[in-house]
Ligand binder design. Structure first.
Ligand SMILES: *Cc1c(COP(=O)(O)O)cnc(C)c1O
Length: 422
């Protein structure tokens, strides 16, 4: 990972910034982070204290465009009054109550709204959890138990795509194809075939296939060929294999439609949602499935799905999610997207033309990856900070995926910051 980001900034001047960094370096432990370098004396991490729309402020008062939607979560911008109001209104009622043995209004409403995106008789059940990883865990366990209760216990293998990413809990990690993250835990997990294309799939004993539809995120923002998803659905139907779509990153408009699967009219057996579900405000995930899967869990109590988390269907998170879905209507988020997507496309074409450090530009909706010459990714992202853009590279691919509320002028600024960083 090399030198940690942040080193080009001047040392913090405010006393409280220094205190926060000191407490962090002494006691906190960051995800995916080589802590040796993080805690280096000359590493000054940014402390993000405030957000508004697509903008973030650090504790030294510097403003940045949120170039990766706070790790792919934010949809309508930070501190949106409508989402903030929904959350505070909910807090006035109750923050959280148990979903084990009780229903709650916001979860009922949200389950109904989510199923409403799909034709009747298709995805009609919602199982709530907290993160993308848990949404995947639920799909894995549900699919396996469904096989056991449908007289097909021998179908227990999973198939996943090389270089895919599905989260970090043990089950979800087992489906991950990025070897530097997952290889050392492989032998503790379920049996998974890794394939590069549909024709490598072996249906024998196969329970389910998992895929990030339209575009692989962690694999440096790599889009699939057009039509591939529909072809995979047809293959699964032919061989009685379940299809798990991981829309944790692609869901909620990122790729241009509300869900990526809608682009190829595909309905999966399991649809996993998280990140943008609450507008990116609170941890919340959902696994949607069909009546056919659900029915296998009816009958005697031992058929039940014995799974859940303390904060399943948290009312505050569900209230944020409902407000976020309302904003898609009120702000015509999807209708206004194509112009932004085109604008970004033009800007990125301009950026790539006659710049030999750009190897390739990849874009799907408002998600872009700018692949740079080897060794340039971290450095360019670091320098872009000095020009008011905050993002992270994946190896040498600079990720640009601002919140969907971003304006054309803000897209200009983002791409200008990357150009300046060169
Ligand atoms: C982020 C992500 C996950 C994991 O979600 P968490 O909320 O971080 O657990 C799973 N799949 C995809 C495609 C993701 O982008």
């Amino acid at each position: 990972m090399g030198k940690p980001p942040g080193a080009t900034h001047p040392a913090p001047v405010r006393e409280e910034t220094r205190r926060w960094i000191e407490a962090d370096k002494r006691h906190a432990w960051h995800p995916f982070t080589p802590q040796q370098a993080w805690t280096d004396a000359d590493h000054e991490p940014l402390v993000i204290v405030r957000g508004e729309g697509p903008w973030l402020w650090d504790s030294e008062g510097r403003r940045y465009l949120d170039g990766n939607s706070s790790i792919w979560t934010n949809i309508h911008g930070h501190a949106h009054p409508a989402i903030n109001r929904a959350i505070t209104d909910q807090l006035g009622e109750i923050a959280h109550s148990s979903y084990l043995g009780f229903a709650n209004p916001r979860a009922s409403e949200l389950a109904e709204r989510l199923c409403g995106f799909f034709p009747d008789g298709t995805l009609e059940r919602v199982f709530f959890s907290d993160d993308g990883s848990t949404a995947i865990e639920v799909a894995m366990k549900m699919s396996l138990q469904c096989r056991m209760q449908s007289g097909e216990p021998e179908r227990h293998r999973f198939a996943a795509f090389a270089d895919g990413y599905h989260g970090d809990t043990m089950g979800a990690a087992a489906l991950g194809g990025v070897s530097r993250f997952f290889e050392r835990f492989r032998r503790f997990g379920p049996e998974v075939d890794f394939v590069e294309s549909i024709d490598q799939l072996d249906p024998d004993g196969l329970n389910a296939v998992v895929i990030e539809p339209l575009i692989q995120g962690v694999n440096e923002m790599r889009p699939w060929p057009e039509g591939m998803l529909a072809e995979l659905r047809a293959w699964c139907d032919r061989h009685g294999v379940l299809l798990i779509l991981d829309e944790v990153m692609t869901g909620f408009g990122r790729t241009g439609t509300m869900f990526a699967c809608q682009r190829e009219q595909v309905i999966p057996d399991f649809l996993c949602l998280a990140k943008g579900l609450s507008g990116g405000y609170l941890p919340l995930a959902a696994t949607l499935t069909t009546g056919r899967i659900y029915d296998a869990f009816l009958g005697p109590p031992e058929n039940a799905f014995y799974y859940g988390h303390s904060f399943t269907a948290n009312s505050t998170a569900c209230a944020a999610a409902l407000a976020s879905l309302d904003l898609f209507g009120a702000e015509r988020t999807l209708e206004r997207l194509p112009a932004k997507v085109d604008h970004l496309k033009n800007l990125l074409e301009g950026l790539a033309s006659d710049r030999d450090e750009v190897v390739e530009v990849r874009q799907c909706g408002l998600v872009a990856g700018i692949e740079l010459r080897e060794g340039r990714g971290a450095e360019v992202c670091l320098r872009a900070r000095d020009h008011g853009l905050l993002t992270r590279p994946i190896r040498d691919t600079v990720v640009l995926m601002p919140p969907l509320c971003v304006g054309h002028d803000e897209l200009d600024r983002a791409v200008r910051a990357i150009a300046a960083a060169f």
